[in-house]
Design a protein around this ligand. Structure first.
Ligand SMILES: [Zn+2]
Ligand SMILES: [Zn+2]
Length: 296
């Protein structure tokens, strides 16, 4: 089967992706090894070359206890061109973010162009660019070494233009990114904290790390928590027809309540003084006058 010449693929964000499969052809063994190194950084693995010469390379995942991935490539046709003959297994090992596959020399070769544009580029900026482009965290001692090598490489080659500055700026500053903390189960978008289920940003990180997403769901949403919630009894009330009779308590009648203010009628407000209980009734002047007339 004729293979296809190696080329990068691109994700939705325009980042280069290396997809290795059987039949891919490389310029030579050096070209193949460069791509294999970059692939190991991309996948967060450390490749171990069990066979390594100009004609043949056989690589396995260094973490072979966890992982059965294996690649075999050898010269092809003209004795210089290199071709992947066989790949078996997929990575089941946990991703290593410390970038064990990325040596200081390799980091320097990836970022030497940045030092041509900006020789004063700091280690912190290099760290940020490394994480942004390759998803790799490196120890600061390695970053300092890489920076030194990159500056030397840049000093030896002044032909590179400034045209890559916009791409560099785009690589190190992306406002749309959210910070995910897998230890604290949080994402800057806050969806994870609210729902208890990893948001799409968190899922991206979890799958990228080849970890189990179920382990990152809030404990309250687990089956165990559900069972704990409902393990107590909820008493069911049966139908009235099967309620038992109680011979000791006679049937009770509902209490009678008398209505108060039954005779109250709405009328003019009382303005006279309330009389004492034994106070004689008041005699109106008009009545006296009338009596005296009658008595005459
Ligand atoms: Zn692996
Ligand atoms: Zn999020």
């Amino acid at each position: 089967m004729e293979g296809a010449y190696f080329d990068f693929k691109y994700d939705d964000c325009g980042n280069q992706i290396i997809d290795l499969h059987e039949g891919i052809i490389f310029d030579n063994v050096q070209h193949f090894k460069e791509i294999l190194t970059r692939y190991s950084v991309q996948e967060g693995i450390k490749v171990k070359k069990v066979k390594n010469d100009k004609q043949m390379v056989t690589a396995v995942c260094n973490n072979s206890d966890q992982c059965t991935w294996r690649l075999h490539a050898s010269t092809y046709g003209d004795g210089v061109t290199f071709k992947i003959k066989n790949i078996t297994g997929v990575h089941t090992c946990v991703r290593n973010l410390k970038g064990s596959g990325a040596s200081a020399k390799w980091i320097a070769s990836q970022f030497k162009d940045k030092y041509k544009c900006n020789p004063e580029k700091s280690v912190e900026e290099l760290d940020s660019a490394l994480r942004s482009k390759f998803g790799v965290h490196a120890y600061s001692s390695k970053l300092y070494r890489a920076r030194k090598i990159a500056m030397n490489l840049a000093a030896g080659d002044h032909e590179m233009s400034y045209c890559k500055i916009p791409r560099y700026i785009a690589a190190v500053s992306d406002d749309r990114k959210y910070i995910v903390n897998l230890k604290e189960l949080t994402c800057q978008c806050r969806e994870w904290q609210v729902s208890g289920i990893p948001c799409k940003h968190a899922m991206g990180c979890i799958l990228y790390m080849r970890l189990d997403p179920v382990q990152f769901v809030d404990e309250h949403l687990t089956t165990e928590a559900y069972l704990r919630t409902y393990k107590g009894k909820i008493q069911v009330v049966p139908d009235e027809s099967i309620w038992p009779e109680n011979p000791y308590i006679p049937p009770l009648k509902p209490p009678i309540h008398k209505k108060k203010n039954k005779t109250f009628k709405q009328g003019p407000l009382q303005v006279n003084r309330r009389k004492e209980p034994n106070e004689p009734p008041k005699v109106h002047k008009r009545s006296i006058h009338k009596t005296s007339i009658q008595g005459l």
